[in-house]
Design a protein around this ligand. Structure first.
Ligand SMILES: [Zn+2]
Ligand SMILES: [Zn+2]
Length: 258
């Protein structure tokens, strides 16, 4: 965060939204959604003259933010605005502080549902919104439709980079995996990955990371006489490697030369 420079302590505030035009600056793809009047919101002081505060739904406070707060404050009660909250909300904040994440039921409805797309990267042009790496051609990816002032665009990420909240949103948005856009066009391996995440409510550790390029599709098998049957089997690196890679790249700064 930009306001962590020097000796200045970051300034945070909890309060009830006073206008009906407050926009959430929480994580994509829910950035920009409305914070309802009277709703509990969390602000960080951005220092920008025009928009000094960045607000988000209380439910859009990420574990990462809570973690950072704990470095500056020893308890939730020290947060600006805490005293003015209802007793119920004070408990809510204290519980999140202790557990390291907000309660699932506090995540706003607008952040719970979405329109998703499954498929394989067609080129190396899409960048993963989570780890910031390009998604190599053929890798299994998840697209999240974002409506920004009427412009619909898709945010892509490696399937294995999907955060728990995204898997939860996926589950909240469809009755079953087969209802997700393009699920039927997936190969068995990826269908199983979706099924596993669906059952666990998150990406299982073994499926985390960018994954491997999917084998040549069935539709292409008829055209290539040299590859019959099961196709060529590639040596598979240990899955632990992918977990390490993805967590490393999540920590590194995004590439600047493109
Ligand atoms: Zn939000
Ligand atoms: Zn990724």
């Amino acid at each position: 965060m930009s306001n962590w420079e020097g000796d200045k302590k970051p300034v945070y505030r909890l309060e009830y939204t006073r206008s009906s035009r407050s926009r959430c600056t929480g994580p994509r793809p829910w950035k920009g959604t409305n914070i309802e009047k009277g709703g509990l919101r969390f602000g960080s002081f951005a220092g920008n003259m025009a928009f000094p505060w960045e607000w988000r739904h209380w439910g859009c406070v990420t574990p990462h933010i809570l973690n950072n707060l704990k470095k500056s404050f020893s308890q939730a009660e020290e947060l600006d605005g805490f005293d003015e909250l209802s007793e119920e909300d004070q408990e809510r904040v204290k519980k999140a502080w202790e557990e390291g994440h907000v309660a699932p039921e506090d995540i706003p409805e607008s952040a719970k549902k979405g329109v998703f797309k499954l498929g394989y990267a067609l080129s190396r042009r899409s960048k993963c919104q989570v780890c910031n790496e390009y998604i190599s051609k053929g890798l299994f990816r998840l697209g999240i439709e974002v409506d920004f002032r009427g412009d619909i665009s898709l945010y892509w990420q490696h399937w294995g980079c999907a955060e728990d909240r995204v898997v939860e949103a996926l589950k909240a948005s469809y009755d079953e995996p087969a209802k997700i856009d393009d699920f039927d066009n997936l190969k068995e391996g990826e269908k199983e990955k979706v099924q596993r995440a669906w059952e666990e409510g998150k990406i299982p550790d073994d499926d985390k990371g960018p994954g491997e390029v999917a084998e040549t599709g069935k539709e292409a098998a008829g055209d290539s006489g040299s590859f019959g049957g099961m196709g060529v089997t590639q040596p598979v690196p240990p899955t632990g490697l992918f977990t390490t890679n993805s967590s490393m790249s999540a920590l590194s700064a995004p590439e600047t030369n493109n």
